[in-house]
Design a binder for this molecule. Structure first.
Ligand SMILES: [Zn+2]
Length: 399
């Protein structure tokens, strides 16, 4: 994730123009909505007497005005004030928070019932707004009662349909909940998906690495972990979203070391493949055996060309070594240290990075801490492992 200072500076430039209505890049107003979701915007307008009235605008719903909702003209600078409870469909979801800044702007946020303040990307109310006109923040998502992040899904270009957005939203929320059920609530970071129907999906993520034709993980200018996804690109299968989401797990928890080349490509792609494979096989996709078998076959072919620690190892045809050898290697690591280790590794990586070690040393330390085997020993024994019969591994469903 980019650092906060950069993020704040970007906002300062963008915010006033955008909250005033020029929402050129924000297509979220066309995003679909399921009953369980609580997304919306903080809205505010300046009254004749100098006070600022604010409310909550649920996505696709009518404006909600809490009883206490007037921000005084003579508020003390830098002090957060809260509205009374905001109720949507009979349920209290939280309070709107606001504070006056030094430069006369008012900063808005939303404080959920039991949670930390959520700051919309565009959240500053200008010192001199148009007369009595409601201005809106960007859309935010109020967490579900289960505490897991709700994945924001929005159209990345014209022509993306409500049905497509709804399908992606359903799939992403299923992925997050399936991952959390199997690997723990701490394993699932917040994210968003930008849905495309053309090759604009690749342009959206360009500059962030290789360009997969269907889906790309990247971090947007506001620091949001994002998947640019081309709808229907991989046939009827949405399982690729499970793979890309694992990349967001890596960078969210691993920090700067969670990217290639600080982490070898076989571990980055191999863990994404392995997680996706378990997810797919337990959620109506192909069987684990079939997917495993394909990976082992290709990995054994690729082995004629590469060792696992070969710097030239790539995710390229014909054998997609980074993916296929990576899958086998990660499956091996899960055997040695348990499935959970494949997730625990990334926070270990960040921790190791914070000790001031060289990047390579930090990686090796995290590797050994998470998997209980040194990187050198793992590499030295991997080829023999690949010679053996592939293990009859069949991940059991959770619960
Ligand atoms: Zn990948």
């Amino acid at each position: 994730m980019p650092n906060l200072a950069h993020r704040t500076a970007t906002l300062a430039v963008l915010c006033v123009a955008i909250i005033a209505g020029a929402v050129a890049l924000d297509l979220s107003s066309v995003s679909a909505q399921s009953d369980e979701e609580q997304t919306g915007r903080v809205v505010a307008r300046r009254l004749d007497d100098g006070r600022t009235e604010f409310g909550w605008q649920p996505s696709g719903g009518a404006r909600v005005l809490p009883r206490s909702r007037f921000f005084p003209a003579d508020a003390r600078v830098d002090r957060w004030l809260n509205s009374s409870a905001v109720e949507v469909d009979g349920a209290v979801i939280g309070r709107i928070s606001a504070r006056l800044l030094n430069d006369g702007r008012i900063e808005f946020a939303f404080t959920p019932l039991d949670g930390e303040r959520i700051e919309p990307t565009q959240r500053y109310f200008p010192p001199r707004p148009g007369h009595s006109r409601w201005l809106r923040s960007t859309e935010i998502t109020i967490g579900w009662p289960d505490g897991l992040p709700l994945i924001r899904v929005f159209a990345g270009e014209e022509g993306v349909t409500e049905a497509q957005l709804a399908a992606v939203r359903q799939r992403m929320n299923q992925i997050v909940r399936a991952y959390a059920a199997r690997w723990g609530a701490n394993a699932v970071p917040p994210a968003q998906v930008q849905v495309h129907i053309t090759e604009a999906a690749q342009r959206a993520a360009s500059g962030y690495g290789s360009l997969h034709p269907c889906a790309q993980p990247y971090t947007d200018a506001q620091g949001n972990s994002t998947i640019a996804y081309r709808f229907g690109c991989s046939g009827a299968s949405h399982f690729v979203l499970g793979h890309e989401y694992m990349h967001l797990v890596q960078t969210h928890f691993g920090g700067r070391l969670g990217y290639w080349p600080n982490t070898p490509i076989w571990l980055i792609e191999g863990s994404a493949e392995w997680v996706e494979t378990i997810y797919e096989s337990l959620n109506g996709g192909r069987s684990y055996q079939a997917l495993q078998s394909g990976n082992w076959w290709a990995a054994r072919q690729a082995r004629n060309q590469y060792a696992l620690d070969d710097p030239a190892l790539c995710g390229c045809p014909p054998h997609y070594a980074a993916y296929t050898m990576g899958f086998v290697a990660v499956e091996r690591l899960a055997q040695l240290a348990g499935e959970q280790a494949v997730f625990n590794f990334w926070p270990q990586l960040r921790k190791a990075d914070q000790t001031g070690r060289e990047i390579e040393d930090a990686f090796e330390a995290a590797f050994e801490a998470a998997f209980g085997i040194s990187l050198a020993e793992f590499y030295a024994t991997f080829d023999d492992y690949l010679n053996d019969d592939r293990p009859a591994v069949r991940p059991a469903p959770t619960n």
